[in-house]
Unconditional design. Structure first.
Length: 284
């Protein structure tokens, strides 16, 4: 059984850290908005011979708390990453992040250069500055607010997600992990999302104001930036992110979507093995 730690972070938050086991250097997994750390467990299952794998639940997600000031600014997500790094207290640590998780890893490195031996970021939400006025609406936030928060049971939630977009493309193990650990059971036997729709929407809204793109030059460690083939903005800007990094490299997964790490755990694990094998020499 995985061990669980409770780690103090900023803003009065206590975050949950999952020890997924394995042997080798520490590898910290960081999840996307609306999910939780254990969706990385299927990937970690392919890496136990080369890394000691860890996964956090960001503030407002999974079993981690909400900040007392109510802010879900992504700088707080970077605080959560750095709190875990301090807890692990090791000279060699790697990071793997998906979407918001990749952004938080990059922001942590910008704040404390030299934190990581290397990073692997799948479609981090790091966009160049907008030209002209910012959009008044965030469609991802609007969709999140309409998300169904309650189901009669976990089985009903699993059936619902597995039968329609967007989560129907997830690997069965990843989808099962999301449902098993992403819902809490209520007294009547029904279940509700741990990351409620309003929290998810507020996290999405904060994702356009962190300013990480302007500081990509401060990231001195090797970074593999990954892009899917779905043609959505996170995929189309991934090349720009890789180019702006001093030691960036673009790796493409044309057969996958933005949910790639949860769609093809074994394929993603193979890419991570390359990062771990190259170490701080950078991707080949």
């Amino acid at each position: 059984m995985w061990r669980v730690y409770r780690i103090p972070s900023s803003d009065g938050v206590t975050i949950t850290l999952h020890d997924l086991g394995g042997t080798g250097p520490h590898l910290l997994f960081c999840h996307p908005t609306g999910f939780h750390g254990l969706v990385w467990a299927p990937v970690a299952g392919h890496l136990g011979d080369v890394a000691h794998c860890w996964a956090l639940d960001f503030r407002g997600h999974g079993d981690s708390g909400l900040p007392i000031n109510g802010s879900l600014d992504w700088h707080g997500m970077a605080d959560d990453v750095l709190a875990v790094v301090d807890h692990l207290d090791t000279d060699e640590i790697y990071g793997a992040g998906h979407s918001m998780g990749g952004t938080a890893l990059l922001m942590a490195e910008q704040r404390h250069p030299g934190t990581w031996a290397a990073l692997w970021c799948y479609e981090p939400i790091v966009f160049p500055p907008f030209e002209g006025p910012r959009p008044r609406a965030n469609p991802l936030a609007d969709t999140a607010r309409r998300r169904r928060a309650n189901f009669p049971s976990r089985a009903a939630a699993l059936d619902n997600y597995g039968s329609k977009p967007p989560l129907h493309t997830l690997h069965p193990d990843a989808l099962a992990a999301y449902v098993e650990h992403g819902f809490r059971e209520l007294p009547d036997g029904s279940v509700e999302l741990k990351c409620d729709p309003d929290t998810e929407a507020r996290v999405f809204n904060s994702g356009i104001s962190h300013g990480a793109f302007a500081r990509l030059g401060d990231v001195q460690c090797p970074v593999t930036v990954c892009a899917s083939g779905d043609g959505a903005p996170p995929a189309t800007v991934a090349g720009l992110v890789a180019d702006a990094l001093p030691h960036g490299r673009l790796e493409q997964f044309p057969q996958l979507t933005h949910f790639g790490p949860m769609e093809a755990p074994e394929t993603i694990a193979q890419s991570l093995r390359k990062m771990l094998a190259n170490g701080d020499e950078g991707p080949s």
